[in-house]
Write a protein that binds this ligand. Structure first.
Ligand code: NDP
Length: 487
C-alpha cells in the first residue's frame, strides 16, 4: 500500500525538494508507517529564507489590527477542525483521543487567540526631555525559527507562531521528525485564514535541519522546545550570529504533599502529572515527596487507582486513557530507567513492564509505573525519564523537603498540596521553579507565563511578557530646538 508523501510548506504552498530524500513516520500505537515526508534540502532551505523575507515584508507592514483579524480567522478554523486535527495528533504521537480531542487543538487555538487580541494593544512610550522628546516603537524582530518537540506537536507550533505572528514576524518552523504533520496542517490553516504566503513556513527533517536554522544569519530568533542537552547545542549555535533565544526544556519537578492535604486530590494530581500523555510532559511531577504521616494512605490509594483506573489500548478508542510512547527507542529507554530503579533499590509498587494491549498489540506501551521508598540520589529520581514512571519519596520536615526539592539543576515546575494557606505560599515561594501549582497540577492557560528556572529554560511562552520577546524596541529622539554645537 502506498502512503502519502508530504513536501515542505514554503511560500504558501507545498514545495518539492531536489534530492528526493524522505523520512518515514510511524504510528506509535501500531508500529506501521503512515506517511513519508520530504527532507528540507539546500534548495528548500534557501527557498524558506527567501519566502520568509517576502512574507515578513508584507506582514510587518500590516496594521496590528489587520493581523489580529486574520489570526482570529485561523483560530476559528482550528476550532472547526478540532476533531480532524486531534486525530492527526493521536496518529502521530500515540496519545489518547480523549486527551487530544479536548486539549491539544484547544490549547493551541487559545494561545493564538490570546496573542491576536494583544497585538493591537502593544504600544510604545513617549516622554518629554526638556523641550525635546523621545518615543519608542515596538518593532518585530524579522524571521523567527521555531523548533518543536514531539509530545504536543500542533500545540507547540501554535504556542510559538501565536506571539511571533501577532508581533509581525515571519516564522520558519521545524517540527520533530517523529510528528511532522500538525505543523503542516497549521500552515494550511494560516493560508486559508488569509495570512500572506511566506509568513509561516514549515521545513522538515531531523537535527541537521534544526542546526541549519540555528546557524543561519538571516534568522533573528530561535524558540526551541526540547531536551536540555539539545537546548545547549541550539544556544551555542545561535550565539554564532547572536540570535535571541527562548528555551523550553526538560524538568524533574517536585510535588510536595503535606500531612494536612486532601490526600485523594494529591493522588489525582500525582497521577495526572505522571500518566497524562503517557508521562511525556515536560512539567510532570516525577518526584513526589509525601509527608510521613500520610505516606501509607497516599501510596495505598495511588496503587489502587493506578491498577484499577488506567486503560491502555488503541488510542483512538475514547475509553483509552493511556497511549503509546513515541517510538520503540523511547520505550526501550523508559524500560531501561525502570530496570535501573530496581537495581538501585527502589521498591516497585506497581507496573514496570512493557504492555501489549489487545487492541494495539504492536504499540510502544509501558505500564504506569510507581516506585516507592525512593532515595534522592537514585537515577530515577535525578534524571528526566519522559514516560509513565513516578518516584515517591517520604519527608517529615518542611525546610528539609524544600532543600531536597531544590537539589537539582532543573527548575521547570513544582507543586504543593496543603490546606494551610500560609504554608502553601511560603513553600511555593522557596521552590526554584518557573511554573508552580498550589492544590492543582498541570493547568497552563494562555494567560499564564510558562518557562523554566535553572537549566530548564530561558524566557517564557504565553502571558503578556512573551509578546515583548518577539519585538525589539526602537528609541527615537526628536530635537525641538537648534543644536548647540562646539564645532
Ligand atoms: P529533542 O531535544 O530531542 O528535540 C527537539 C527538537 O530539536 C526536534 O525538532 C529535534 O529534531 C530538534 N533537534 C535535535 N537536535 C538538534 C540540533 N542540534 N539543533 C537544532 N535542533 C535539533 O527533544 P524531544 O523531541 O525528544 O522532546 C522531549 C524533550 O522536550 C523533553 O526533555 C521535554 O522535557 C522537553 N519539552 C519541554 C517543554 C517545555 O515547554 N519546557 C515542552 C515539551 C517538551 P528531531 O526530533 O527531528 O531529531
Amino acid at each position: 500500500m502506498t502512503t502519502p508523501v508530504y513536501e515542505n510548506f514554503i511560500n504558501g504552498h507545498f514545495l518539492k525538494n531536489q534530492t528526493g530524500d524522505t523520512f518515514a513516520v510511524k504510528n506509535p500505537a501500531t508500529d506501521e508507517v503512515i506517511y513519508h515526508v520530504e527532507i528540507a534540502d539546500e534548495f528548500i532551505q534557501n527557498a524558506a529564507i527567501e519566502s520568509a523575507k517576502q512574507g515578513f515584508a508584507v506582514w510587518s507592514a500590516m496594521t496590528p489590527i489587520e493581523r489580529s483579524r486574520i489570526l482570529l480567522k485561523a483560530v476559528a478554523i482550528l476550532r472547526e477542525r478540532n476533531d480532524e486535527l486531534a486525530k492527526v495528533e493521536v496518529l502521530d504521537t500515540g496519545k489518547p483521543w480523549q486527551e487530544a480531542e479536548c486539549v491539544d487543538v484547544e490549547t493551541g487555538a487559545d494561545v493564538i487567540e490570546y496573542f491576536a487580541g494583544l497585538a493591537p494593544a502593544q504600544v510604545g512610550q513617549q516622554q518629554m526631555v526638556g523641550n525635546d522628546f523621545y518615543y519608542t516603537r515596538k518593532e518585530p524582530l524579522g524571521i523567527c525559527a521555531g523548533i518543536g518537540a514531539w509530545n504536543y506537536p500542533l500545540q507547540i507550533a501554535c504556542w510559538k507562531s501565536g506571539p511571533a505572528l501577532a508581533a509581525g514576524n515571519a516564522v520558519i518552523f521545524k517540527p520533530s521528525e517523529e510528528t511532522p504533520l500538525g505543523a503542516i496542517k497549521l500552515a494550511e490553516i494560516f493560508i486559508e485564514a488569509g495570512v500572506p504566503a511566506g509568513v509561516f513556513n514549515v521545513v522538515q527533517g531531523a537535527a541537521e535541519v534544526g542546526q541549519w536554522l540555528t546557524a543561519n544569519p538571516n534568522i533573528e530568533k530561535v524558540s526551541f522546545t526540547g531536551e536540555v542537552g539539545t537546548g545547549k547545542k541550539v544556544m551555542a549555535s545561535a550565539a554564532g550570529s547572536l540570535k535571541d533565544v527562548t528555551m523550553e526544556l526538560g524538568g524533574k519537578s517536585p510535588l510536595l504533599v503535606f500531612d494536612d492535604a486532601d490526600v485523594s486530590q494529591a493522588v489525582s494530581a500525582a497521577m495526572l502529572g505522571n500518566f497524562y500523555t503517557q508521562g511525556e510532559i515536560c512539567t510532570n511531577c516525577t518526584r513526589i515527596y509525601v509527608h510521613k504521616n500520610v505516606y501509607q494512605q497516599f501510596i495505598d490509594e495511588l496503587k489502587t487507582r493506578t491498577e484499577q483506573n488506567i486503560i491502555a489500548g488503541d488510542p483512538m478508542d475514547p475509553e483509552v486513557n493511556l497511549g503509546a510512547l513515541i517510538s520503540k527507542k523511547h520505550q526501550e529507554l523508559v524500560l531501561s530507567y525502570i530496570d535501573r530503579g530496581i537495581q538501585e533499590g527502589a521498591t516497585l509498587l506497581t507496573g514496570g513492564k512493557a504492555l501489549s494491549p489487545a487492541s494495539a498489540p504492536n504499540g510502544y506501551f509501558v505500564e504506569p509505573t510507581v516506585f516507592v521508598d525512593c532515595k534522592d540520589d537514585m537515577t530515577i529520581v535525578k534524571e528526566e525519564i519522559f514516560g509513565p514512571v513516578m518516584s515517591v519519596l517520604v519527608f517529615d520536615d518542611e525546610d528539609d523537603v524544600i532543600q531536597r526539592a531544590n537539589d537539582t539543576h532543573l527548575g521547570l515546575a513544582a507543586g504543593v498540596f496543603t490546606k494551610d494557606i500560609q504554608r502553601a505560599h511560603r513553600v511555593i515561594h522557596q521552590l526554584q521553579a518557573g511554573i508552580c501549582w498550589i492544590n492543582s497540577y498541570g493547568n497552563s492557560p494562555a494567560e499564564m507565563p510558562v518557562g523554566g528556572y535553572k537549566q530548564s529554560g530561558i524566557g517564557r511562552e504565553n502571558g503578556i511578557e512573551t509578546l515583548d520577546h518577539y519585538t525589539q524596541t526602537k528609541s527615537i529622539y526628536v530635537g525641538m530646538s537648534n543644536i548647540e554645537s562646539p564645532f
